[in-house]
Design a protein around this ligand. Structure first.
Ligand code: ATR
Length: 269
């Protein structure tokens, strides 16, 4: 039976094993999938060993997406542009292929699961770290009217704008105008904080999306609801979407996402 795993540090709370086992059951693919915690400093040697031990592929989560980018022998154009690898696959000739499926996961959740149109929209993204870099290309491919990236450290937003000239970098306090969609890609939510945003950026018709998820609504989504926003979502669907694309890369079969999202939602509540 082909073996796969998600590697990260820590890994205990990862939902990926549950998701991939549900995909396997749903599609009849005979695979094993587990979570493996790697020491922060020995990604390369441990991954070599795991591939030697017979694993067919890995999902890669924090803090190793950059290490995986450096490790692979070849990669997809989208991984090259995102400078991150979250999916590795052993090819028939033994070389390792890398891809990133996070952007695909976000886009599929926004446009297919939630039915939100991005074409012509004014989009605000909060944060300029690795998670945001990974989703810029597919977001821009949807032809939004504008894409503003606001970050606590302006320089990081400006560096993203060097690579993606279509976007506008900003600090939080310089933000102005109103947005159709606000995506939180900061890690602030994880510690229950929200970026300090000026009043008036959103209205009841604005859609708000947090790339994070949890048992309870994230701090960002609580803030959005308090501003009167009606359509909100956390990033659980993005997580399942990126997993579905990884599964497709490994198995050439596309699993259905909706039943898996629903099942996870039940487990989380
Ligand atoms: P990730 O891989 O999750 O993107 P990262 O690359 O460390 O992690 O990026 C974290 C992002 O969250 C950054 O944009 C960071 O802002 P800075 O670049 O200014 O550090 C943002 N962030 C983290 N905590 C935050 C907070 N309390 N308020 C606002 N932004 C925060």
């Amino acid at each position: 039976m082909d073996r796969y795993a998600v590697v990260g540090h820590p890994i205990t709370h990862s939902l990926s094993p549950a998701i991939h086992r549900m995909f396997a059951e749903q599609t009849g693919e005979k695979i094993e999938y587990e979570g493996i915690e790697l020491p922060v400093t020995s990604f390369e040697t441990r991954i070599w060993q795991l591939f030697k031990d017979g694993y067919s592929g890995f999902n890669v989560t924090a803090p190793f997406k950059g290490d995986a980018f450096d490790f692979v022998d070849e990669m997809s154009p989208r991984a090259e542009q995102a400078r991150a690898v979250n999916t590795m696959k052993k090819l028939e000739d033994g070389r390792i292929f890398g891809d990133t499926t996070d952007g695909y996961g976000l886009l599929t959740d926004l446009t297919e699961n939630l039915g939100w149109s991005l074409n012509g929209a004014n989009i605000l993204i909060l944060g300029a770290g690795g998670a945001v870099r990974g989703v810029l290309e597919p977001l821009l491919a949807e032809n939004p009217n504008s894409l503003v990236v606001a970050n606590r450290t302006l320089q990081k937003a400006e560096e993203l704008a060097d690579d993606y000239p279509a976007l506008t970098p900003s600090t939080f306090d310089e933000l102005h105008g109103q947005f159709d969609l606000v995506i939180n890609g900061t890690s602030a939510s994880l510690s229950g904080q929200i970026p300090p945003l000026p009043e008036g950026l959103i209205n009841a018709g604005t859609k708000c999306y947090d790339m994070a998820y949890g048992k309870k609504p994230t701090a960002f989504l609580v803030w959005a609801k308090a501003q009167g926003v009606i359509e909100c979502s956390d990033g659980l669907g993005m997580l399942v979407g990126q997993a579905a694309e990884s599964f497709y890369i490994w198995r050439n079969v596309r699993p259905q996402m909706k039943p898996v999202i629903e099942k996870l939602r039940e487990t989380l509540s």
